[in-house]
Write a protein that binds this ligand. Sequence first.
Ligand SMILES: [Zn+2]
Length: 262
Amino acid sequence: MRFACLMYHFLTESRLPERQLYGVPVEVLRRHLDLIVGRALPVLLPAELQTADSFSLVISFDDADKSVIALGAEELNKRGLRAVMFVPTAQVGSRGTASPSDLRRWCAMGHAVGSHTRTHRDLRRLTPREVRREIRDSKAELEEMVGRAVGSLAIPYGACDRRIVAQALLAGYSRVFTSWPGYGATGAAVSGRFSILGSTRASAVERILDRRALYMPQRFLYGLKRAIGSRAYEAFRRRLVSVHKCIAARAARERSEGLTIG
Ligand SMILES: [Zn+2]
């Protein structure tokens, strides 16, 4: 059975500058959650995917930002929706990151936690021993913090390979989430996700929920980011956005001046 996993990061009370990609204003989250409720899709936690018998949805938040609990929990709870937060355990309690008691409160509300490794480094650059520690110790630390079993792992930066997946399965995880755009299969150990940014339009979320997401462009951009590095990619993306805005503004001007039709 297929499912879609939405990947959010942190939430904000108001709109952020364009360059702060990952912050999603809470009013935008509300719109997304209302769309989800409107579709009447089963919204599951990772541990429940195994028994899903229809297309379903997982809502995930990476990095355990405090804003998810401060602003997001209430919006989810009001709508009877549950989500998973992926936690880099060595950062718990540091500035801006949820504390162990925040995480326990989150779980007590019916939500779940998964590991996001210990220190949020690119696992492909670490030695096998370091990878093992990141994956295995974060699971144990998180289980200790919240007092329940942790079965899912989200790989930081989506930086994943076969060796890392093998280590995760060996450490006892049953599901590994990457950042590769696309739908997941409930019976597979590794699943991609759809990244939701502050700039993601509601129509893009609707397409994901309707199983007609256009993920090839996202995959192209994701591949490009991996190839040229985050910094060069952000410069390229900003340039692309400004060119797009320029074209859209010109088209709007021409339309208002009656130069083009439509
Ligand atoms: Zn992360």
